[in-house]
Design a protein. Sequence first.
Length: 489
Amino acid sequence: MYDTKRRYEGAMHNISAEYQRYQGNHLFNVSVVGVINPGEQNSSGTSLLTEGTQTYTGTSQSHLKSRANSINTSIYYGLTKGQTSFAVSANGAIGKSYSDAWSKVVMPEPYSQYSYDNNSRLDNRSYAFSTRGYVTTPWLGGHFTGALNYNYSQIKQEYSGNTVTPHKQSVFLCTAMSWNFNNEFFFFESLGASVFSEYNGIQTRTIFAPQLNFSANWWPKSIKGFNSRLDFVASKQTPSLSSLSESYTYKDNWFIFTGNPELKDYWNSKGSLLTSYRFDDYGNRIIVSYSLSYSDNPFINTLEYDNEMVVAKQYEMSYRCYHYLYISGSWFPFKWLELAPYIEYDAVRYSTLSHRYNHKHFRFGGSVILRHKALTLTLAANSSGRVWAGDFTDRHSAQYAAVVQYKWRNWAFGAQWHYNGHNDYESGSIPGFNYIVNSEYTKLHNLVQLDAIYYFSIGRSRKHAGKMLSDGEGVDSGLNSYNKGKVSE
């Protein structure tokens, strides 16, 4: 059993440059984005080792340092004529990353044989390329959309004297239709399919992955302020390149995190219903949302024994069923006062190699907003949250904030206070093994921020159609949550 305190240090740097030009119905865009993402975490605490009826207590230390750098480029061309639009894009990305993990436990005499000091290092070079095409035009009383995408990604990964080069490429074709009936009912449906070729470092597999998506939106004129939206999507999910790698990171001498090259694709289906009602023109409203998702043979994080080691890795388990309910509202008892509470409930069922789980959790919070002319004061709070990932549970602390802002001419002055990061923890267990890490983000307990913003514009503004295709997804850095130093968020 491990009980430690963590300290995180990290940063995220994004440097971007973009050129865009309109020429009549034509749009040309070029963008370059550089990302520098270093992270570091240090832990210290106690290690409790049990052998039979004896329990030994020692000191534990660990250090995890990582960095992921990448450059993404994108070239885009779009053409619009009347209600018909056409667009193509090409995207390329390169990346370099590493993870360096060190852990140490010192046990007192006469149990020094349980002491250890180990290190694991992982280096990655990543490449990605994609092209996309898109067209939409009126047809059959609605709008037809067609899309064709090609994606290629590769990682060269070095660890413990081994080198693997997993790669993946895919072709995606999609057709869609949408109709708007008298501005009261909107319907959208799409049918697509991808063909993946995947090399996991051991063998090559070909995957056919269909995808179905539809949505319906209803805002009846006879019920003013009412709106309802129904969505459904069914698609196959494929593993990332980094999750297929057998590279490993030591948490201690008996506990490692690793990937699984045997992971295959699985089906995931999700349906959701959102209903909202606006009571008046002042903004009083209520929103109710419910979603249900079901995964067949999904990847789930598990703990298992392998000889004398405890190993954390993903396996294909039988199913995962997730329910989510969200209710929120806005109430204006006075025109200068807004109350915006919310409550959410989620429940999830799944199995791992050693447990069957049926988690349930309520979370609530909201904000109070006071407005007086150019002055706005916001008070907000959220209760603690839970995230379940197989045999692991992440607990996030409650959050509190106060924000004040004053607008004067083209200026906006403000101050913010935030409190969070208290008594977060990550835990996992199987019979005979318990893993607990408590995290204190002391710098986030009382975070104060001062703001001064000046708004200005130069030249004449013109309205143009924007980009119809998103930029590429970038590279797979080769890092996962278990070998990446976290940023203090």
